[in-house]
Design a protein around this ligand. Sequence first.
Ligand SMILES: [Zn+2]
Length: 1020
Amino acid sequence: MPTFAEAGRALEQNLEALRKPGILAVRPGYHIEAGWPVGDPVVVALVGAKKGEAAAYGLPAQIAGVPVEVREASPLERLRATRPEVHAELEDRTRPEQHIPDFPFERSFAAPPQAAAQAARRPAKPQIPYRPASPPLDPVSGSLTVICVASPDAGWPALRDFFGRVQQKLVVGMYDFTSAHVLAGLEAALTPVGPHTLSLVLDHPTRNPTADQSDEQTEQDLSGKLGGALSFAWAPVRSSPEVTEWMFPTAYHIKVAVRDSAEVWLSSGNWNNSNQPEDAPITDPDPTHAAETFKNSDRDWHVVIAHPALAQLYEAYLLNDRETARQAQGQAVAAAELEAFAEQSFDLAELSPAAEARSPHQFFAPLTVTETMTVQPLLTPDHASDGGGMYADKMLELISGAQHSLYIQLQYIHPSNQAEDGGFTALLDAVAARAAAGVDVRIILSQWQNSQWLERLQAAGIDTGLVRIQNGVHNKGFVVDHQRVVVSSQNWSGPGVLQNRDAGLIIDNTTIARYFEGIFLHDWDNVAVGHGRRVGVTALDAAVAQIFGWEDDPGERVPALIPPELRPVPDLTLTPLRLAIPRVSAPPPRGYPPGIPEFRYWSAAEAAARGAAFWRQLLPAGTTWQVGETLNMLLDEGEDFNAFYDRQALNFFHGTAGGRTVYSGESPDIVCHEEGHAILDALRPELFDAGTIEAAAFHESFGDMSALLAALQLPSMRTAMIADTGGDLSHSSRLSRLAEQLGWAIRQSAPTAVDADCLRNAANSFFYTNPETLPSRAPAASLSSEPHSFSRVFTGAFLEALAGGFRLASAHPGEADLQAVSRDLARLLVTGILAAPIVPEYMSQVAAAMITADAGAEGAARGKYGDVLKSAFVRHGILSPQSAAGVAAFHAISVAAARPLGMAVDGVRELPHIALSAAEYGLGERPLLVRAPSDPRRFAVSAAAFGVGSVTPSNAEHAARAFVEDLLQRGHIDIGGAGQPGIRIVHPHTFKTHRLVPSAEGLMLARILFDCGFHAMCRP
Ligand SMILES: [Zn+2]
């Protein structure tokens, strides 16, 4: 298959075969279908009115294997081919978006040679050198307040408010200022004139179709109203009719205003009606009218930053522009005719046939962010220290650094053939390289990126499959890796990137990047049109489909402090531990933004698949879900603050608190916690119904440990946690804080029911106390016998063991060490669970079994974690010092030896019942049957007592009785019809985790489910 350049060389070597009557010009290109370039390169022969294919013109069907395609020239292509001097005049005066591309290897056959020469000899306006202001364009760091705004949604109200804050002076550089309401708003803000001044440098582009007045009229009106308070200069632009010399070749394209040397407004948009429509959709009470405004207006991004140093930097350059423009002021020769000609030719440019004016899905309100961040000013045509353009340099660095995603929204991309535009070509090469490297590259361009420009873009190495066309995009914005965002006025053309006056900034801040990314993805999904006029999954999406998932939890903040990241599409069908999400069809896998069901679907699926993948490698062969081969996930079972595992499915709900709706299934912490219940149920099904507080608490702890371990399987999470904790993972961190978002929601109604910053924190100092002696409920700050509360003792010890294991991994342990330690400890946990007998003091048995398993490990792993495990369990009182010291005497056990006790492989082994007196609880005369924690003790260990010594273990019956009384006190047993009305205790409004099942021998206490803990903690 020939490349574009090979097609060009074939053309050059066969010029005479192509020079036929009726052929205006030839160039390499691509076959076009529905406005999009498709397939391999072709040689395009442009004709006036097309009368047939190649043979009709005497052309070969192909040259050097490259097909020859006859195409009718567009009006501008025809003009350039036949009257290049007129075309050059016109191009000088029309807006760049209306220009037609120069293709490499293009040859015109139609123009007389002298016409081309004449075009090159046009009388030139003298050029004057650009002289920059003195302040260096260094980045600014610190706590900044940034107002983020998009047009047409909220552009004008934000600009009007900015005008309203002007106290003394406003300094402006603007390309186009033709809107009556913006002019009136500005004049109102600067009245009375006395204390107010305005400095304005204005370009003079061809009048746009939405203009209320010309730029001259704007200047005249301001001059009349403000008098001496106005300092004005026309920008020295080659095409401007208002100047006699030029500094900027095609545009003074900046859109910046600085008020009172304190606050800067910077935008991709002008002060015209299409960029700043008066009826801002966000405040429009009529949705139909708002949608119409959107369709007829332009997409632009703006930021308003209150930061004196940054404001003064831009102000210095704007004032310098005004001063250096003075010498150029004066009417250009023969400008009026050219102006009229250009205006008449406004409609000559072809638009992309893919463009459609589509209604938006939503409008975006401004977001004010006050956070620590770094802002890099970008000014064109200023130079970097190496002599290149500073915009081009900084942008190349930014784009080349994209690791996950690169979202680009530009009015157009006009690749250049000029060697002097190498700095711009390098940006295009970098975009192509990131796409080739698998980065999620998406490019939205406007209707001005017509078929020829898409061909030209493809020829420049950018896969136009990455492109969608959005009607009315005027933006020049970029979002990289959900972390850095560019708001700017630089168009992507040689002059735009390197020579014109333009301004922008790179903001390194997740919250701001996420705001603009949300708008970008909205446009991509709802407004932009991809190849073949399809909206939706493109070939690219299918080839490298990725979905967004949270790292561990959405967190308290909206938008989230830690953005979701792109991950491979999860496969739920892997066995064992197959998962399914029944009743809803999977949305096409792609990067949905948070806040919509499609996002939640993939976020939940990804978290559950990650958890299953982790445990799958550690469970004994043959282990599978208690429910069978497939465990269902029910993502939204209605309104409730809950999530539970009930031996049928993982159930999730949604609830509203503090004005926000929280979905328990959206949190990977909660998904992996519930999945953890199912994993432990697969490993030790007897625990499900074991009548002992510690077993129930251990189930909760295992859920939390599962959440923690699943989060650590993400490289990004490991790296972040090592950094956040300074390498000591026992510190409170995002890792240790479980289910922050649900915790926040619960605190809205029950402030002390959960920790102050999450649902439960694994970084804790809770010390073991026999749960039979603890109150059945307590605020989160204290330990109670409630299983979620008591679970924190074991989870706390596990996190400490993990932290200790990580620190001894090497002298400078890294994220790979952390992953290895997480696997090692999870393996010991599985072994310990299989080996530990179910007795009242279950936690100490698991602890001893883990230490013993470590001591019995093979080879270099033998005893590796002995010290950190002992330390962690002793520090949390799960093992008394005496027990831990005696651990050397334990018989080393292997997984194989442990299995017979666990029985997970051989089927369910039920714990025996013991009979308690139901009458004591008002439940009638028949005995209450409880599965007692009555395994034979395997490890002669005990938990620490307060003060000195060890806790004396209670017997199975005592433990079962304590368990039942606890449940009754909290009202968690559905007693059905048992007992005598008036005597029995009924809690009509509490959440039931257990029920009483009548049998021949009595009333059997049976567990219904493990719930997430909200009801357990908050309800009476
Ligand atoms: Zn739970």
